[in-house]
Design a binder for this molecule. Structure first.
Ligand SMILES: Nc1ncnc2c1ncn2[C@@H]1O[C@H](COP(=O)(O)OP(=O)(O)OP(=O)(O)O)[C@@H](O)[C@H]1O
Ligand SMILES: [Mg+2]
Length: 283
């Protein structure tokens, strides 16, 4: 079919792959997975950029950075990149916002201003869905990193649409219970809507990550098997059980890769195999 909008060309070999962690449901492990996956890539020598697209800013708070109320964040950068919103522009430069850690990982933090994003861009004529994508292009972020990891909010609004339009692939952490299916289906409907709009290429499904899998519950395996059947073709990554190691590491703002003890080896292995699976899909 003829279309005015051409799909994006696939990123070239030396351009960053963009991966988002998404689920409309809250508390399923999006931020935990995003943080540890970023560190898994960094440990393999990859240069990683993390973008926090959740107004709750949990991802940002996992990085050991000084907080201040007037710190500018992704919201200011996104608004500044929309010409029509000139009246709202602030003197915020990428270099003021981006935080460099000493682990091969940079972060563009979020802030509560981002909760007003949808309303702020409501009246513009430029495509509202493509603001994050254009921002990434304008600052040539793909050519500065090997991997860009985006942490998504537990919603379905314009922020989510912006993430889905900007990303090459999506990982879906979920808690395998009888409520999980609907949240996953809702977000996939948004992906299908984006595909139908033909304004950009559709992100790949990089697989589902069963999290907080309760091995003591008799029904757990049956529920997971049922979900696996209804979700269709995409990869089902190895399940994460309830692990005190996550609480312990995140409380110290560390990834599982920071710890040498044997308790962490299995989690490290799981994240490394996730990086391998994702890289294979996106290459
Ligand atoms: N496998 C796990 N074992 C133990 N604790 C976990 C596990 N996965 C996540 N958690 C904990 O559960 C809480 C919620 O996880 P997380 O913040 O990653 O979810 P989220 O999907 O990002 O939530 P939100 O939608 O609110 O952003 C966190 O305190 C996290 O440390
Ligand atoms: Mg989160």
């Amino acid at each position: 079919m003829f279309s005015f909008f051409k799909a994006n060309p696939a990123p070239t070999a030396n351009q960053a792959r963009i991966i988002a962690l998404m689920n409309q449901k809250g508390g399923v492990g999006k931020t935990t997975m995003a943080f540890n996956l970023a560190h898994a890539f960094a440990h393999q020598g990859k240069k990683v950029l993390c973008i926090d697209m959740d107004p709750q800013a949990n991802f940002s708070s996992l990085f050991d950075i000084p907080t201040s109320d007037d710190r500018k964040n992704i919201h200011h950068l996104l608004i500044n990149s929309v010409k029509e919103l000139k009246a709202l522009h602030t003197s915020t430069f990428l270099n003021d916002v981006i935080i460099k850690t000493n682990e091969n990982i940079d972060l563009i933090p979020s802030g509560q201003e981002l909760s007003g994003f949808e309303l702020t861009v409501a009246g513009i004529n430029a495509p509202r869905q493509l603001i994050l994508k254009k921002f990434i292009e304008k600052f040539e972020l793909r050519s500065q990193y090997d991997v860009i990891i985006i942490d998504g909010p537990p919603t379905l609004g314009l922020l989510v649409v912006n993430i889905l339009c900007a990303t090459d692939g999506v990982l879906y952490p979920f808690v395998p219970d009888r409520f999980s299916e609907q949240g996953l289906k809702n977000i996939q409907q948004v992906v299908a809507d984006i595909a139908e709009m033909e304004i950009t290429s559709t992100p790949k499904n990089l697989g589902y990550i069963p999290n907080l899998f309760d091995t003591r519950r008799k029904q757990a395996s049956t529920d997971l098997e049922h979900i696996r059947e209804t979700l269709g073709e995409a990869t089902m990554h190895e399940a994460f059980t309830n692990k005190v190691q996550f609480g312990k590491s995140l409380a110290q703002r560390k990834s599982v890769f920071h710890f040498k003890s044997n308790d962490f080896k299995d989690l490290q292995r799981q994240f490394v195999s996730m990086t391998e699976a994702v890289s294979k899909e996106l290459n």
